[in-house]
Design a protein around this ligand. Structure first.
Ligand code: FAD
Length: 569
């Protein structure tokens, strides 16, 4: 039986209708929905900065059949999206039940309309295909939307309270659907035109003294502004310490603020949108299962440490998919996620191999798919880490994070992280890879590349594979021979952008107990939950949509009649 009375109530210091723990995408979408319905809302963020991983991210949201894509003239349907869930996600238990998929697919478009009504400006990301675009119900043109560039100065005193965004580290006001062209600026006229537009926008913003935010930072900034304008109270440096429970119902939170512990009552409910546990080494070791990981390669925000999830677990909340993460294969050439060679696996003239020198995956598939393949392969041959192999033509042809084609290896070679050799057997020996295995693999791959097909793994067959490959029409977007010495290799580890298993929630985003009964007054959304996406990443923005849509659902339920307290309030 669920244990729900472990925390006793204290004197109430303050009262809100709805308390939201966390300040990422799910948290702010929920805060807006509740405030718009007339509720008083408190957002608690334990870090000094707002926005969590959402603010640091690409900020796309994968919302099938949404009004922004409809306005762009792109056809989609609930039926196709539901068929896609069935075809790709399959049966993974209650996290992705029919009811939860239905809730996601119906509330998602409504949430997008709602955000637009509140002034959050979003655009469609044409051509950023679903990650399983070839599967039933998949979309070649894509279902992702993202926030438009936004001047952070509009936030006034809050403008320096945001987690640093993705584009800030690049020094460019680049949108996420532009980034895939930016690094191919030398490969096609279209890519060059996009890069020129980004450069012009960046320079213009500097001249106008704007703090132009893009990606997740724009999404968070726009939602934060709307929330502040609607009277939402936001506290930073205010960690949730525990949940207050009265007669089995969650009635509030215990929080530390300015060094003191205080109790806050939540009349309509508490939403946990506090992210996952990517940086909690103990939890990752305990729950890693077949995908063991100590979190040391995660690039999720530093607050992703799982203690909010543990408060719900202490109340008897059910959990699922705890071994799962949004995996990100990460070449070890620098800061994970910003490595010089992050994009390499999706470009021609590269392969991933295990220690036996064998390929084991379609390298151009989604980061989650490739990360999971590394773990699956590791059961029979060492593939954690695996190796990225490429040739000198790759080096000369492609641009990389902060470096132009042909420039990158000197520092990397000096550091020893990048291996270089004039023959493949020498390269294999440097890396401890089986030399005959590697030679055989490259010979076979080169034959495939010459034919422009990959019968082993289907690389390049999907619109998704192609949309992130080389845009130059004269070459195959994903396949090319590895045949120009010297050859290179770098270790690749399964990093991640967050975990995606956790509290089991129902179609109203209510946390359920071991008997599948909702814990009254307790809601959860985002990486703190077992995701509706199951063990697959369906498209660009799948994890942010998972967080925002269920945050929105939670708020609407909590402030509606059905979410009312038993005493009718
Ligand atoms: C570099 C990068 C790029 C990414 N790109 C994309 C992308 O383009 N599309 C996509 O879908 N996903 C992307 N992701 C993943 C995505 O950002 C996350 O999966 C998603 O934003 C998680 O949202 P969330 O609302 O669950 O948590 P978060 O946005 O991480 O917010 C959780 C917040 O809760 C706070 N918190 C934690 N514990 C407590 C506590 N006890 N008390 C108070 N506050 C607490 C945390 O400090 C944090 O600020 C990316 C991630 C990264 C790091």
């Amino acid at each position: 039986m669920a244990r729900r009375d472990s925390v006793s109530s204290r004197a109430e210091h303050d009262t809100f209708d709805f308390v939201v723990v966390g300040s990422g995408g799910g948290a702010l979408a929920a805060a807006l929905a509740a405030a718009d319905a007339g509720a008083t809302v408190l957002v608690l963020e334990k870090q000094p900065l707002i926005g969590g991983s959402t603010c640091m991210s690409g900020g796309m949201a994968w919302v099938p059949d949404n009004p922004v894509m409809r306005a762009a003239g792109v056809h989609d349907s609930y039926a196709d999206a539901m068929a896609h869930f069935e075809a790709v996600v399959g049966d993974v238990g209650p996290a992705s039940s029919y009811e939860r998929r239905h809730a996601f697919l119906t509330a998602g478009p409504e949430m997008v309309s709602f955000l637009e009504r509140l002034g959050v400006r979003l655009v469609y990301c044409p051509g950023y295909a679903d990650y399983y675009s070839n599967a039933k119900g998949g979309s070649d043109s894509g279902r992702g939307i993202e926030a438009v560039p936004f001047d952070g100065h509009a936030l006034g005193e809050w403008s320096d309270k945001l987690q640093p965004g993705l584009a800030k580290s690049l020094g460019m006001a680049v949108m996420t659907n532009e980034a895939r062209f930016l690094s191919h600026y030398n490969r096609s006229a279209r890519a060059f035109a996009v890069a020129a537009r980004v450069a012009t926008r960046t320079v213009a913003a500097r001249l106008r003294r704007q703090d132009l935010l893009t990606n997740g930072a724009s999404l968070i900034a726009q939602m934060l502004l709307a929330a502040l304008q609607r009277g939402v109270t936001v506290w930073t440096d205010a960690p949730l310490d525990d949940l207050l429970v009265d007669d089995g119902r969650v009635t509030g939170v215990r929080v530390t603020r300015a060094g003191s512990s205080m109790d806050i009552a939540a009349r309509r409910g508490v939403l946990l949108a506090a992210g996952g546990f990517a940086h909690n080494r103990d939890m990752r070791q305990e729950y890693g299962g077949d995908q063991p990981n100590q979190g040391k390669w995660s690039i999720s925000n530093p607050g992703d440490t799982g203690e909010a999830m543990q408060t719900a677990m202490r109340l008897g909340a059910k959990t699922d998919l705890m071994d799962e993460a949004w995996w990100l294969p990460s070449p070890r050439t620098g800061r994970f996620g910003q490595s010089t060679l992050d994009q390499a696996r999706q470009r021609p003239r590269t392969i991933y191999v295990d220690a036996a020198g064998k390929r084991f995956v379609n390298e151009s598939n989604s980061y989650m798919e490739v990360g999971k393949a590394m773990y699956a392969r590791n059961k029979t041959a060492q593939a954690v880490p695996c190796w990225l192999i490429f040739d000198d033509r790759y080096r000369k042809r492609y641009a990389h994070v902060r470096s132009h084609p042909g420039w990158f290896p000197r520092d990397l070679l000096k550091s020893g992280r990048l291996k270089q050799a004039w023959t493949l057997p020498d390269l294999a020996n440097l890396c401890g890879i089986d030399a005959p295995g590697l030679a055989e693999t490259v010979e076979r791959f080169n034959e495939f590349a010459a034919r422009g097909e990959d019968p082993d793994y289907g690389r390049g067959e999907s619109a998704y594979n192609r949309c992130l490959g080389d845009p130059n029409r004269n070459v195959h977007p994903c396949l090319g021979p590895i045949d120009e010495a010297p050859y290179y290799a770098v270790e690749v580890v399964p990093g991640d952008i967050g975990t995606c298993g956790g509290l089991v929630t129902d179609e109203h985003a209510r946390v359920v107990d071991q008997d599948d009964q909702p814990i009254e007054g307790l809601y959860a959304a985002g990486n703190i939950t077992a995701t509706v996406m199951g063990r697959h990443y369906l498209g660009p923005g799948a994890s942010i949509a998972n967080s925002m849509v269920f945050g929105y659902i939670a708020a609407r339920h909590a402030v509606s009649a059905t979410g009312r307290r038993p005493d009718g309030r």
